[in-house]
Design a protein around this ligand. Structure first.
Ligand SMILES: Cc1cc2nc3c(=O)[nH]c(=O)nc-3n(C[C@H](O)[C@H](O)[C@H](O)COP(=O)(O)OP(=O)(O)OC[C@H]3O[C@@H](n4cnc5c(N)ncnc54)[C@H](O)[C@@H]3O)c2cc1C
Length: 326
């Protein structure tokens, strides 16, 4: 994304991107504006439910363009993710009656007083913090996770209601959930904060809009109820940003005839240099094996707020704890 100042304040003029498959670099002029909709930033954390593409690029681009990031300390953890991959295990398992045990066999949500009324069914941040406390105080399993058990529900109920969970446990953890409990731990799940935007998706930079998880329209406040992000996308994404930017124009290659070459012309060689610096892969997307060492540890705290400042680059240092194999 780049901006120009022809005769006034900053304005977003278009984007430069590269094709992940081929590594080809291309520039596009924006007709009326650019909408950033790059999703969350889970890949900034060492354990997350987010896809590999959710790297926080949108927030980084907006920040570099001078837009404030808001409420970045409000990060939601999902309490039951698979240690090997971060794949979330639906709350449906606990809704159906699944029980969380620590390494000492205690039903810790009740027995250790984290949630004496609702137990496993209390909110995501309370369950996640309870699990982390158990693990960090030495009552986890292999110092890394706790157990989610649904064996008592019986084979018929499990296969009727939770069959896909059986497959996830088996495929990713090698666990037969009918016969043994499943290892789970909290993982980063949703970013409440993001690019500061108003109810129309507008940011502080003219022509730059943000929608979806990359944006912060403050709908969720400091925490988010499960299932609430999709309505947000419909209301503040499709419903607001689109009328402002009009029907998406047919993309035009950069630079179009008759238009001067603004800074994208210098961006393209820079991107080429950066791309070749990442090695032989044509893309910046890295596999799990190549995760950078600056990732923020998700094993130190969990809940609606995180003990870091909203300033960029101020995340806590990595703990050195290694994620499990696979
Ligand atoms: C496992 C999981 C389960 C969830 N379940 C629910 C649920 O049941 N209900 C609910 O309401 N919410 C749920 N959420 C949250 C919800 O899915 C997300 O908040 C929502 O999908 C965000 O939508 P988005 O369009 O903002 O971003 P995304 O859907 O993440 O899309 C972002 C897109 O931008 C692309 N992108 C990223 N960076 C770049 C870049 N630099 N250049 C070009 N493209 C880029 C990505 O490839 C991706 O296609 C879940 C989230 C996860 C991870």
């Amino acid at each position: 994304m780049d901006r120009e100042r022809p005769d006034g304040p900053d304005r977003t003029v278009g984007v430069v991107g590269y094709e992940i498959r081929t590594g080809e670099i291309e520039g596009f002029w924006a007709r009326e504006g650019v909408v950033l909709a790059t999703g969350g930033l889970g890949q900034v954390f060492d354990h997350t439910t987010n896809a590999v593409a959710n790297t926080g690029d949108g927030q980084a681009m907006a920040y570099r363009a001078g837009v404030r990031l808001k409420d970045m300390e409000f990060v939601q953890s999902h309490p039951t993710t698979l240690p090997s991959t971060g794949v979330p295990i639906s709350e449906g398992v606990r809704g159906e009656g699944g029980i969380l045990y620590n390494g000492e066999g205690e039903r810790f949500t009740f027995e250790r007083g984290y949630a004496t009324t609702d137990g496993e069914l209390t909110s995501r941040d309370v369950v996640s913090r309870a699990e982390l406390t158990e693990i960090n105080e030495g009552r986890g399993v292999e110092d890394e996770y706790v157990y989610l058990d649904m064996r008592h529900l019986g084979e018929e109920r499990i296969t009727d209601h939770l069959e896909n969970i059986l497959h996830l446990a088996e495929d990713f953890e090698g666990v037969n959930h009918l016969e043994e409990p499943m290892p789970v731990k909290p993982g980063q799940h949703y970013q409440m904060g993001g690019i500061e935007a108003d109810e129309h998706g507008r940011t502080a930079v003219d022509g730059l809009y943000a929608a979806g998880e990359t944006a912060c329209v403050s709908l969720h406040g400091a925490n988010r109820l499960g299932r609430n992000s999709l309505p947000e996308l419909l209301v503040f994404g499709a419903g607001r940003a689109e009328p402002r930017t009009g029907t998406p124009p047919k993309s035009r290659r950069f630079p179009p005839a008759g238009r001067p070459r603004p800074r994208p012309a210098t961006l393209i060689p820079r991107l080429r240099r950066e791309r070749s610096a990442t090695g032989s892969r044509p893309t910046g997307v890295r596999s799990r094996r190549h995760r950078p060492s600056w990732r923020a540890p998700s094993s130190e705290s969990a809940g609606a707020s995180r003990p870091c400042s909203t300033e960029m680059g101020s995340t806590t240092p990595r703990s050195g704890r290694r994620s499990r194999r696979r």
